[in-house]
Design a protein around this ligand. Sequence first.
Ligand code: ADP
Length: 156
Amino acid sequence: MKIAVFPGSFDPITVGHVNLVERAMPLFDKIVVAVGINSSKKYLFSLEQRIEWLKLVFRGQEKVEVDHFQHLTAHYCQKIGARYLLRGLRNASDFDYEKTISQVNHIVGEGIETVFLISQPEYSHISSTIVREVIIGGADATPFLPDEIRIEPFKP
Ligand code: ADP
């Protein structure tokens, strides 16, 4: 059984994330969308909220599971028997960052392979960071969010 973990902060999930999972669906038997908890990172939305949104968006997708984990991604993969990591590449800075992590995960995770999908042009400008800024700035983030999700702009 080919299991992939799609790790991320999903703070919040965007249409870019959803597109990546949809395109990866034919490649794997199961994709576990897993929220990584990094204690030194500040999040805008609570873990519970981010998980709730993920479950809502992927409800009805038989191959997709939603989970969360602490500590090393490679150890989480080993724990659940996943041999693959799924990540998206939007640009060269994604590549530089992901390259190192993937090489380390291959060693720590004893052969875990990271599968990269290049983002489609219509999604390559979308990041959770930008979406958070839009929301905090009091603008409507709907164009970047999956249909199932509504987030009210913050009041200035
Ligand atoms: P992290 O904090 O680990 O970067 P994110 O939730 O920001 O978590 O992103 C998780 C994964 O989704 C990363 O591999 C990222 O490259 C990918 N991703 C995010 N936005 C897009 C997008 N618009 N198109 C393709 N991949 C994306």
